[in-house]
Design a protein around this ligand. Sequence first.
Ligand code: SF4
Length: 735
Amino acid sequence: MTDAVRTTCPYCGVGCGVLARPDGSLVSVAADSDLRANWPSGHRALVSGATDSDLRAIRPSGHRTLTGDPAHPANHGRLCSKGSALAETLDDGERLLHPMVDGQGASWDEALDLVAARFRETIAAHGPDAVALYVSGQCLTEDYYVANKLMKGFIGTANIDTNSRLCMASSVAGHVRAFGEDVVPGVYEDLEEADLVVLVGSNLAWCHPVLHGRIAAARTARGTRVVVVDPRATATADGADLHLAIAPGGDVALFAGLLVHLDTAGAVDRGWLVAHAAGFDAALAAARETAPDLARIAAVTGLAAEDIARFYAWFAATPRTVTIYSQGVNQSSAGTDKVNAIINCHLATGRIGLPGAGPFSVTGQPNAMGGREVGGLANQLAAHMRFDQPEDLDRVRRFWGAPNLAERPGLKAVDLFAALRDGRVKALWIIATNPADSMPRAGLVREALAACPFVVVSDCWPTDTTERAHVVLPAAGWGEKDGTVTNSDRRISRQRAFRAPPGEARPDWWMLAEVARRMGFSEAFAWTSPAAVFREHAALSGFENDGARIFDIGALATLTDAAYEALEPVRWPLPAGGSGEGGRLFARGGFPTPDGRARLVPLRWRPPAARPDAEFPLLLNTGRLRDQWHTMTRTGLSPRLMAHESAPFVALAPGDAARIGAADGGLLRLTSAEGAALLRVAISRAQRPGEVFVPMHWTDAFSASGPVGRLVGAATDPVSGQPELKATPVRAEPV
Ligand code: SF4
């Protein structure tokens, strides 16, 4: 029996450690009785409708080829249903195995030469902004680093964006506005040390189940109160002390009202504010305008005044409060304002960076955070440096020896595909993501891909996007390549290979570096290993960094190959010469702003961009299911995971179903201004009247209804560029 390889789960931003046996032999795990402490009975109440077999699936019992890593600080050996089914997704049967050009097999040299030549020709004829990369929170940090360096440093355009734009961009923008840098102040242990956990727009029980289990254990141990703010009565809301079924888009008003209440109740920490933050008076004045009284807040949020008052009283009275927010906050045309409305309340009370206290963004993807660290968003430069800082541009230019550094932000995802459609972008390389299904206005994205003169896609499996590519490059996937990811509490962990890639599949960083060399940039892309890429990334983070930038992992810039191989999970900041890993941040100020103080942001509530009307009277919300991931390319391979929900559906409230004559299990045509889908009806008391929910996972490959992205409009947050994926007007008709 070989030693188990320590790696991390490729799904969500919790970043759970996984043990894998390269030879397929079994890993023994603790006896079931030992695990009861990890998954107390309280958890069961929070997983709505979970059967005994469901519960067995979300805890590491028995013997498996893959199991949770007891030594990983994120999960201490636990895995959720998705992570525990990873071994079932390692089948090579449908993998992309060889490079393809125009549907015909090609050698790597032929394919890479063609990509380099077409990119060079396009740039020569139309300028660097005519090419683009669209990458993914599934990419490892090393993949991301090479992609960003190639585009921003050498091709000379910032037209590189990522599907993290659909996931976390509003949190990034909110962090930068409040803290001066995209930094999560807290650590996972805060979830266990809080007396009040407020979950806003987060179905943690399904989307980050291991974190939810940690909170459930804390509730048993210390009686933590849980408040859930979510339009739907989700599995997370099921066991909460208070569920605020808020109207979509009401969050800014709810938290503006909280800020006013904190001031009235004497819960504002004025001493902390004077020392460490600016903008309180303006933020409070704006909050008073937008949330003058409970009646107004109740009208905007659709909540009962007494429930709002109870939430405010609990928050004001509980110093150890953590507010977790996720896609229900981010995926909104007011997403950045929602993030800042939450952060304002934590800054006003000085509840930040303390044990059990702080605002906490949980990332959707395994490496959304790592991508942000390298600058994988079109409006970021690199290593948390900024386009609007001339000294940052100069620093990055000198560090990279960049001949052609981009000096302004590029196209964000929705704008990027619009530019593809109208011909401004003429060559696009898509890496590890499936925008033909997952983007808003997916129908138009498909037309844009068809119209683009040159589309390259690197991926592991065929998708509705690879179908539309001129060049398809077979990518090494999870368990087949080496690199790092960063989870939601800033912890960098290794992903390690434990099996050979099938066919001719290769890592993305290698493909990108090969294309860069073929474009004439050999010297700057001469790495021969992911360890070498990581060292350069770490060195850039610490380059001329006197503490002005919190993201600093300069201490890892000198890792030997062996030390990189053995790297333990470690949390940043990790400056060169520092000791120990990074911990909680900002309790005593030290914000990376010119004056070292945080900023409260004055905010005014506004409704979602599109409102229901006579033609489209319902509001469509989209989201995840417990057992599926993204467009199901991996989780769709597991019969066990598919058994949870085997087909797409539309959930709607009983009153709405009766009004339109829809029967449970019957078929419904859902139509928006963008497109239509045929879906099975699931009548659900979890839905607010007037709102419907459709899971985001199904694609043409799995269902005749196609992706729900075809119904979603193009409204975006004006600051973050994140699309509004949770508030699309639709009409529903039985068929
Ligand atoms: Fe993987 Fe997230 Fe589940 Fe952990 S909680 S096993 S990271 S999907």
